[in-house]
Design a binder for this molecule. Structure first.
Ligand SMILES: N[C@@H](CCC(=O)N[C@@H](CS)C(=O)NCC(=O)O)C(=O)O
Length: 206
């Protein structure tokens, strides 16, 4: 039984829980972080010195960094398209996962915090406008990539879809004037049909 430490409203925890559900892995998740606390104790920092969630525990093996955790789950427990076979496939998946972390996630985090976790009276309109423009600029790159593909790696859902796919729910669910990206929307609609995605990602934004 794999254990995941982290609250379910964290996009980084959602990546891990969605991926584990797609792979039919038995997971017990414990609420840690945010209002639950527990991530600044000596015991937690012994597992993750950053004091961040998620942390995954598989037997004696402890791992942090959500993208790394989903890669581990797919490499260890994945079958079919979930287990990438060549170094070129692994590199391409890694490229999109790193792109998510470095380019898309920062403006999406600003947008999410402003629109969901900030009192309306205290929101910063300029920050929101910049975050929308920067996020849209990054989503437009995926929009072009998805012009002739069902999923990021091609015909099948894979590890490469997990980070951006988790964030895509927020992009399509928060209230703001969204630019029209039809390929992105179709891809997100395909994700939104999946029980594992509905259960672990499509939960109230808090
Ligand atoms: N790059 C890390 C980021 C981890 C991270 O920043 N986690 C946030 C939640 S999304 C956190 O632990 N925040 C402190 C808290 O929840 O108390 C990852 O992908 O796992």
């Amino acid at each position: 039984m794999i254990k995941v430490l982290g609250r379910d409203n964290s996009v980084n925890v959602q990546k891990v829980m969605w991926c584990a559900a797609e792979l039919n892995i038995d997971v017990t998740r414990t609420d840690v972080g945010g209002a639950f606390g527990g991530n600044d104790t000596g015991a937690f920092r012994a597992m993750n010195p950053n004091g961040k969630i998620p942390v995954m525990i598989d037997g004696d093996f402890v791992l942090w960094e959500s993208n790394t955790i989903v890669r581990y789950l797919c490499d260890t427990y994945g079958t079919g398209a979930w287990k990438l076979q060549t170094s070129a496939q692994m590199a391409l998946a890694g490229q999109w996962m790193d792109w998510f972390l470095t380019s898309l996630h920062p403006p999406m985090t600003t947008l999410f915090w402003q629109l969901v976790r900030t009192d309306p009276a205290k929101r910063d309109a300029a920050k929101i406008a910049t975050a929308i423009a920067d996020s849209a600029g990054m989503w437009s790159i995926l929009e072009q990539h998805l012009a002739n593909r069902k999923f990021i790696m091609g015909d099948n859902l894979s590890v490469a879809d997990i980070p951006a796919g988790s964030s895509a729910y927020r992009w399509h669910s928060m209230t703001f004037a969204r630019p029209d990206f039809p390929n992105l929307r179709n891809w997100w609609d395909r994700l939104a049909e999946r029980e594992a995605y509905k259960k672990n990602v499509m939960i109230p934004l808090t």
